[in-house]
Design a protein around this ligand. Structure first.
Ligand SMILES: O=C(O)C(=O)C[C@]1(C(=O)O)C=C[C@@H](O)C=C1
Length: 100
């Protein structure tokens, strides 16, 4: 690429060394972008449901956080995804807690 142009070839964008590999990667990246949009939508839906629970608990006089339930959620993700699942669940709980 020269200093005067910002256009990249498919191979440069994907890191592939052949046009065939570049096509595979470009198609798979589109699927990943679609999956990421769905995952983000599901996370936003989870945040809204979690807010309903926390609101009900707080307005009934309870606490926002329920640690025993958080342990169940962490265990669920760890069983499905291993150690990184725990980190993912902690991030999800951080996103979901304290929005009420
Ligand atoms: O299940 C609950 O009791 C919730 O409040 C939901 C939730 C969650 O987002 O999973 C959020 C906060 C609590 O500390 C525990 C879990």
């Amino acid at each position: 690429m020269t200093a005067t142009t910002t256009e990249q070839t498919a191979a440069e964008k994907t890191g592939a060394r052949t046009p065939e590999a570049a096509d595979v990667i470009t198609g798979a990246r589109e699927r990943i972008d679609t999956l990421d949009d769905r995952i983000i939508g599901l996370i936003q839906e989870r945040m809204a449901v979690s807010a309903v629970i926390q609101e009900a608990r707080i307005s009934s006089g309870g606490r926002r956080v329920n640690l025993s339930r958080e342990m169940e959620v962490l265990g669920h993700y760890r069983e499905a995804l291993g150690k990184p699942g725990t980190a993912l669940a902690m991030t999800l709980l951080e996103l979901c807690r304290g929005r009420v």
